[in-house]
Design a protein around this ligand. Structure first.
Ligand code: FRU
Length: 486
């Protein structure tokens, strides 16, 4: 279903469900020229409730067509998060004619009469490119005698051992299982007790190998989302580990905690399965919200949206390995350049403005500080609503303020500042995408990202560049607006 008329806050570029509630992306997979996006969905209302898997497909990762609900609750429970794979070699025996899709998901069953809820892993398969689904009659395929948090299976084919590997969130650890046929699973190892952040329950893991930029080496990356903890302002957020995987066990190579995103609104993200080797990208997207206030955001009849899809890369600096994320190139065709500027000196007295009044925007800025204490940009949505990005050269931080960005009063936490410690605050490349109710910021070619919801009455009216107590050079600036071609 295409959303043609834009309702208030309805994103133009980001996937949002036509109606009702959505959370985590599930079952991200590419098959027969289509990207599939399944998602946690409550079709009965616009707050979290009995989980189903909603479904949408896309040819280019940006324009999505919403399809029928893929998975409905059954006797084993509601349908929590999970993944999907193409069973190319019919390891399951489900595909007599040709390869097809298998979904591996968590069944969540509420414990009656004060008993513990039960989470188990189950399968469903599709013989018609995901248009309809058959639940496996041997469900569930994996249970645990005592762990109450036992969910969010992400499965991939491990070529070297010729086995399926499942990473599963098990309380405050990730458990790894292996299988030859997706039906019988063997426990292999458990990771994480003594490393990473344990501020909240571990959820939605993903494990994959990436080449290291400018090198022939590869390393494994384990992504782990951590649930909301009322003692921390950040709410729910996502960490990752870089290390090795030998087919049974993942080993992290660092002590520090690595965050995937410095904004509040990128959670439960995972990557697409079965991207063809000729393409070779590791494409990721997350749920653009935060459990702290997700159920309260001020949209009507629908709630939540996904981040834009991002290509993940692994870079190395002084022996440290870190993820770099950049928007997929498919997004480029959605923009036309509106204005470019070079070498403009911005001072306290003389700001620089880009006049823009469009459904969505891309801003690219290359900034070189001359002697300002602070500099940055204000996205003026209306006369009284604005979002500010300030670079403080003394503190070496970038601060995003959404305090005055529009509706913020649905949560005490929402207006709080979001910050990134910068490597060099005197020289910065910023890429910012602004849609009806979000801002995604990428610093220095995706080395750091900040994803943030905003709820202004209008996308923008004007962008203002400012400098405080000194000057800054806008070495290059470009503003792009919706493409006329589309
Ligand atoms: C993460 C999560 C998952 C779970 C799902 C339920 O946001 O809590 O762990 O499977 O949401 O909707």
């Amino acid at each position: 279903m295409k959303i043609t008329k834009l309702e208030k806050y309805r994103p133009a570029l980001h996937f949002s469900p036509e109606k009702n509630w959505m959370n985590d992306p599930n079952g991200l997979v590419f098959f027969k020229d289509e990207y599939h996006l399944f998602y946690q969905h409550n079709p009965h209302g616009s707050t979290w409730g009995p989980m189903h898997w909603g479904h949408a497909v896309s040819k280019d990762l940006i324009s999505w067509d919403e399809l029928e609900i893929a998975l409905h609750p059954d006797d084993n429970g509601t349908i929590f998060s999970g993944s999907a794979v193409v069973d190319w070699n019919n390891t399951t025996g489900f595909f007599k004619e040709e390869p097809g899709l298998v979904a591996i998901f968590t069944h969540h069953s509420e414990g009656d009469h004060g008993k513990q809820a039960i989470q188990t892993q189950s399968l469903a398969y599709s013989l018609d490119n995901g248009r309809s689904w058959i639940k496996y009659d041997g469900n569930p395929v994996l249970a645990h005698p005592s762990k109450p948090d036992f969910r969010d299976p992400k499965v991939f084919w491990h070529k070297e051992t010729k086995k399926w590997i499942m990473v599963l969130a098990t309380g405050q650890t990730i458990s790894l299982y292996s299988s030859a046929n997706l039906k019988e699973w063997k426990f292999e190892s458990e990771f994480g007790e003594s490393c990473g952040s344990h501020e909240g329950v571990w959820e939605c893991p993903d494990l994959f190998e990436l080449s290291i930029e400018y090198s022939n080496d590869k390393k494994w990356v384990l992504i782990v989302s951590i649930g909301d903890n009322p003692n921390y302002d950040e709410g729910s957020r996502t960490q990752y580990f870089v290390g090795s995987f030998d087919g049974k066990k993942f080993t992290s190579e660092h002590e520090d905690i690595k965050w995937l995103d410095y904004g509040k609104d990128n959670y439960a993200g995972v990557s697409f399965s079965d991207i063809p080797e000729a393409d070779g990208r590791r494409i990721y997207l997350g749920w653009m919200s935060n459990w702290r206030y997700a159920n309260q955001v001020p949209t009507e009849g629908w709630r939540s949206q996904m981040t834009l899809p991002r290509e993940l890369e692994l870079h190395e600096k002084k022996g440290d390995y870190y993820l770099v994320q950049n928007l997929v190139r498919e997004l480029d065709t959605y923009f036309d350049i509106k204005e470019e500027r070079k070498e403009v000196i911005v001072t306290e007295e003389e700001r620089t403005f880009f006049e823009v009044d469009d459904d969505y925007l891309e801003i690219i800025l290359s900034l070189k500080n001359m002697n300002a204490n602070k500099y940055g940009l204000t996205i003026e949505h209306t006369d009284s609503q604005y979002t500010t990005i300030t670079i403080d050269t003394k503190e070496n931080v970038l601060v995003l303020s959404r305090e005055k960005s529009g509706v913020v009063d649905f949560s005490d936490n929402f207006p709080k500042l979001q910050r990134i410690h910068l490597k060099d605050s005197n020289q910065l490349q910023l890429r910012i995408i602004i849609d009806s109710s979000s801002l995604e910021l990428f610093i220095d070619g995706g080395e750091q990202a900040l994803t943030s919801l905003i709820f202004p009455d209008k996308v923008s009216k004007r962008i203002a560049l400012f400098a405080e107590e000194g000057k800054v050079n806008l070495v290059y600036g470009k503003v792009s607006v919706p493409s006329k071609k589309g």
